[in-house]
Ligand binder design. Sequence first.
Ligand code: B12
Length: 212
Amino acid sequence: MAEFKDLKDLIVTGKLEDAKVLVNEAIASGVTAEDIINNYLIKGMEEIGQRFEEGKAFVPNLLLAARAMKGCLDILKPLLKDASGTSLGTLVIGTVKGDLHDIGKNLVASMLEGCGFEVINLGVDISDRQFVDAVKKYNPQIVCLSALLTTTMNYMKNVIDTLAAEGLRENVKILIGGAPVNEEFARQIGADGYSANANGAVVLAKRILQAC
Ligand code: B12
């Protein structure tokens, strides 16, 4: 896998076209979509985030890296798809109000889809009302909330409270994720589960549905 190590750097520097070439080469040589995502793409996003934190990269750099990551994910998404055609259950997923980060959320959505769930992806900046409307419309077993900012993570509780006020809380399990949240925070706000990554989200969703 060593020959694809430049892929991480191409994400960091936001070189979309070159990154796509390497992703296609990696696929052709038999590297799995999961390996490409976990070993190169996510590592690249982590590094650009680190540079941003240290003042060595700026918002335009983040945008370029995000564009490169998304372009590569578009190639990989069909490879994550479950071939069986059976649905394990329905999930609604969205990034909460005020928050525009969607790379991790989309990755979680793709992995869940790939593992056989029907996923309704609401997008970013989603209000409590929009989550409520989606639960009424799609009747999912699980609602997944994503937040990447310390200023938006608390909005997850608004969503849970509004679902409860509408009498819908008992109908759904709530999973949360995103860099600033953790297990303890999930407990505090009354969510049913937390995972630090997309693979864990799939394990959690399967476990929850078995218990339903
Ligand atoms: C890319 C990026 C952006 C891009 C987003 C592009 C996009 N379309 O998503 C842009 C440039 C738009 C952006 C903007 C901003 N950003 Co920004 N951004 C990032 C960065 C570098 C990477 C995020 C990312 O995509 N990571 C890769 C993915 C794969 O990882 P992930 O999102 O964590 O998701 C994984 C897990 O968390 C989990 N997960 C995620 N969601 C869910 C949901 C569920 C249910 C589950 C189970 C799991 C799960 O699984 C995912 C896959 O493994 C992070 C740094 C970082 N280290 O996180 C900063 C970061 C999140 N941003 C930050 C900031 C400050 C901002 C801005 C305020 C900057 C500004 N001054 O304008 C704005 C806010 C805009 C807004 N209102 O949302 C800060 C947040 C600090 C804080 N404590 O709140 C960070 C941490 C950077 C930093 N180190 O300072 N950003």
